[in-house]
Design a protein around this ligand. Structure first.
Ligand SMILES: Nc1ncnc2c1ncn2[C@@H]1O[C@H](COP(=O)(O)OP(=O)(O)OP(=O)(O)O)[C@@H](O)[C@H]1O
Ligand SMILES: [Mg+2]
Length: 140
């Protein structure tokens, strides 16, 4: 299906921008009439992805850039969340439930599992200096 609308947002990797980012994506998503549950699903998934950029990509330094690109077809939202941080060495391993590189006990290693549970598709590509998390959510 063809794209009916798109938008891009660039934010600083600061924790105070996490709720802003998920609200902006949700506000964009409402154009294709999702249910309240679908909106909540997208907010949760975006929140996990953006938090990963802040916490992991830039090591919680509260600096760095996150780019969020959204596009809509009649029945699908696609969100790409990009950072330019340390990258993920082994994406397959990183996406496994309970895998985390944070040893402080603060993290449960469930971020990608949550994204997969709340979206129709999650695709991660990463190399040093560039990670992209692509989330797909259908309304039909
Ligand atoms: N944008 C990123 N840049 C670099 N590494 C990342 C990024 N996103 C995730 N990772 C790596 O993948 C691992 C798994 O991520 P995931 O979100 O599943 O768990 P977590 O962030 O460790 O814990 P939780 O999300 O439950 O708080 C992270 O511990 C981190 O090593
Ligand atoms: Mg996480």
């Amino acid at each position: 299906m063809s794209t009916i609308n798109s938008m891009k947002l660039t934010i600083e990797a600061k924790s105070q921008n996490e709720s802003f980012a998920r609200s902006v994506v949700a506000a964009f998503f409402v154009q294709i009439n999702p249910t309240l549950e679908q909106i909540e699903d997208v907010k949760t998934a975006v929140s996990e992805a953006v938090t990963n950029c802040i916490v992991h990509a830039y090591n919680g330094a509260q600096q760095g850039t996150i780019e969020i690109a959204c596009s809509l077809t009649e029945d699908t939202l696609t969100v790409e969340i990009c950072d330019f941080g340390i990258g993920i060495e082994n994406v397959e391993q990183a996406m496994k439930p309970f895998f985390t590189t944070t040893s402080t006990g603060e993290r449960s290693g469930m971020g990608f599992t949550v994204m997969q549970a709340f979206c129709d598709n999650v695709c991660v590509t990463s190399s040093k200096g560039h990670t992209t998390v692509k989330l797909v959510k259908k309304v039909a």
